[in-house]
Design a protein around this ligand. Sequence first.
Ligand code: PRX
Length: 629
Amino acid sequence: MNITTFEEYQTAYAQSVSDPEGFWAEVAQQFVWKKPWKKVLEWNFTEPSVKWFVGGKMNITENALDRHLADKADHPAIIWEPNEPDDQPVTITYSMLHTRVCRFANVLKKYGVKKGDRVCIYLPMVPELAIAVLACARIGAVHSVVFGGFSAQSIADRINDAGCTMVITSDGAYRGAKVIPMKSTVDDALEKCSTVKNVIVMTRTRTPISMLKGRDHWWEEEVKHVDAICPAEEMDAEDTLFILYTSGSTGKPKGVVHTCGGYMVYAAYTFSNVFQYQPGEIHFCTADIGWITGHSYIVYGPLCEGATSLMFEGVPTYPDAGRFWEIVEKHKVNILYTAPTAIRSLMSFGLQYVKDHDLSSLTKLGSVGEPINEEAWQWMKHNIGKNNCPLIDTWWQTETGGIMITPIAGVTPEKPTYATLPLPGIQPLLVDEHGNEIEGNGVSGNLCIKFPWPGMIRTTYGDHERCKQTYFSTYPGLYFTGDGCLRDEDGYYRITGRVDDVINVSGHRIGTAEVENAINMHLGVVESAVVGYPHDIKGQGIYAYVITEHKPDDPEMFRKDIAVTVTRVIGPIARPDKIQFVSGLPKTRSGKIMRRILRKVAEGETSSLGDTSTLLDPTIVDEIKDGAL
Ligand code: PRX
């Protein structure tokens, strides 16, 4: 089933549309199933209800680990590059990983974790993070990984939403020059969580931490006293594999639910085809496992394909802006999959950090997370790929489980800034605001998908109605992505950005409503409105308009205080870049904030604000314009 030419892509695509069930059955057959499925697909996008490989039984870790033991036991599964360049990297072979996962799975069992129980994982980018994820999957526990940049409050919200009974964390984390507390943040979170019975703590920084008797246990001690054998739990293809929280336009982040069978098939199929992975290649995805990219293209996709996945603990600019290139040289990395924000940041440091490194091992480059601008695309193509490597712009989402629209490396003709064509099995369409399909080429619209694919979201945890409302109600019968999109004369897709109130800051997805709620919690704040604005490095920055009870005596200090509140409530990733104090917001007579105006002002485009006559108080617009930052 591996695609190696553009003609094969076209044939596979045509088959995937004319006979989706036959197409995916053939892909799925390559995996280890404990019991075969009875039906490939049952679906409707109204409820919505989507089931793939109905009745099939399996365990994803048998596919990611056990099945490689026969021929790849001593083959590296994970290469771990620590934060400090002079510290020793760690290579974990498939057989070592299998043993470590089984041992840790037995620790989970010892503390009463059973199939279906939810486990929160809050760890830095250390091998134990991948091990914890796989150990949950081994016994059928549902993992909910929370990115290390989230606050105690955000951890607590996620633990409570999912009713987690266990948390896995570390004492601290190394990120560049910083040592970041982890366990103490979890301790703060747990004051608000009654469901958590046990906490497993791995040692990374050996920062002094509190260890509560009866609740907290050291990872290193626990794994010594358990068996190295742990049979894989038999899972139904549609049992939940994991929950991953992501932001939307309203309310708190929602728990996107992915299931075992379909997600496995989709993550592995897309990994091997999109990157054209060749046996022995070293795949370096620079994402954090706290995001979907890390789930699918550091852990599950590569391991299900028997690949070598490189995991990096640190940041691209530590100890200097040459770190990625040093890692590529040191480990002879073949595939580099990173984000536009990282590329733009490294570009700004200049080529001196690139030129001393031998990058000749690279065979493929990939980008993900946000639209990639032409300058960053060309810089990567010329200076990193030396015009010798395909560069693929991969569009997808937490909800899609895997890559959806992308060139296949070296197979699909590239076009800078375009995600190009849908993968086999993906049927995109563009609609206007009334939901009518916009046909033909050279058109723009809202991006929807009309047919299910195995890796798609099944529900939002604990609230199916929210899943229906968010993704399947705007345009009945279609999955709505929230993205705007252009289809050019050649039928190539270019994702232009979110059309809802979600912003993308350094590839991190943030809901403006969430940031507003956090700002509104600050003493003296009456109301706020948050929008995104173009930012040279981050893609988008966060611009907040804030109404206060009294005119601030020291506006600069007040801004800093508000930023601290947002950091406490959500985490540093949501800290506003600009805060403008205003006496009112542009509201219509029905009380709706006209965000279009706020966006224009934040973008610095004050000459083209459009019609403001329907505003309750049009004079507020001048005040906002005059005070723009
Ligand atoms: O707006 C799109 C943008 O990121 C959103 C999904 O964010 P998240 O669920 O956090 O997943 C990110 C990693 C898969 C999308 O709705 N996005 C992602 N990739 C691209 C992109 N926008 C443009 N081009 C991309 N390649």
